[in-house]
Unconditional design. Structure first.
Length: 292
């Protein structure tokens, strides 16, 4: 039997990776997202499409999860209601579909996706181990989740993306994501990097590593339900995600800081693995309709 051609290997790898991230309904969702005519929230040339369509999102998404876990009330809500341990891939697939719909889908479909998320948030309520009440629809918590994601996605793109943005493009990306954040209920989301940095700094006194946060970090980094062949690439992704966390965040999660090793080994490995993902996945389908 002859060996598979490179194009066949690429197609097979891309299909497996896409199914893992997007789920069994991924192909149908992709056709609906990209193939339905109509106005979009974002035009084809907007920075949000560049960032969210790049393989650097794998690292940015992991960094965002780790960073978000440092808010005790946000982490308590995730631990009690998200099912991240019992169904981690389901959670990933729902998140990736939401990002795809709001970034590339029609305005109608994007609003429907937002409405579904807001309905879920409204039902998520409880009390932390320290006795603090939480509500996933709390604008303060929604804002934290949003800025942690935007900061992580943009930083990962600027380090590992195929086409890093210039200064104006970075600010435009933050402004683009504010459109989604406002729809979700975030009051006055940041619209440039300076405002993003200010909002992150304002949350700093509220952030620390709870036992739930450290447990979530151990699960994400060391115990994901992955086939053997995927564990080495995943370890490279997680190492790069950790390397991009600020020192205080690593300390809160009990994670090491090895700057020389990260510069010499981890970052080049991150560039290699994101390049391999980009090769396997290829470019997303071109959009249909305008971006009004």
């Amino acid at each position: 039997m002859s060996a598979p051609r490179p194009s066949g290997l690429r197609e097979q790898a891309g299909r497996r990776l896409f199914t893992l991230v997007a789920g069994p309904a991924g192909a149908a969702n992709r056709a609906r997202i990209h193939g339905t005519p109509g106005p979009r929230w974002f035009a084809a040339d907007r920075p949000v499409r560049t960032v969210h369509g790049d393989a650097s999102m794998f690292i940015g998404g992991l960094r965002a999860l780790l960073l978000q876990s440092l808010h005790p009330r946000a982490m308590a809500a995730v631990a009690a209601h998200s099912g991240y341990r019992g169904d981690p891939w389901g959670r990933l697939q729902r998140t990736s579909t939401f990002l795809a719909v709001t970034t590339y889908g029609t305005a109608e479909h994007a609003q429907e996706a937002v409405d579904r998320v807001r309905a879920v948030h409204d039902r998520v309520r409880g009390t932390t181990a320290a006795g603090e009440e939480y509500h996933a629809g709390d604008p303060h918590l929604l804002a934290w989740v949003h800025i942690a994601e935007v900061d992580s996605f943009l930083r990962a793109h600027q380090r590992y993306g195929a086409h890093p943005l210039d200064a104006a493009g970075c600010d435009a990306y933050v402004a683009d994501t504010a459109r989604i954040a406002e729809a979700l209920g975030v009051p006055d989301p940041p619209r440039d990097r300076a405002a993003l940095a200010e909002r992150l700094a304002a949350y700093r006194p509220e952030l620390h590593g709870t036992p739930q946060a450290r447990e979530a970090a151990r699960f994400i980094l060391f115990h994901p339900p992955l086939p053997l062949a995927a564990r080495a690439p995943y370890a490279l992704l997680t190492a790069n995600a950790v390397s991009m966390l600020p020192r205080w965040a690593r300390e809160g999660l009990g994670l090491p800081s090895l700057p020389v090793l990260e510069k010499v080994c981890v970052r080049p490995a991150g560039l290699a693995v994101t390049g391999a993902i980009r090769w396997a996945m290829g470019a997303p389908p071109p959009p249909t309709g305008d971006g009004s």
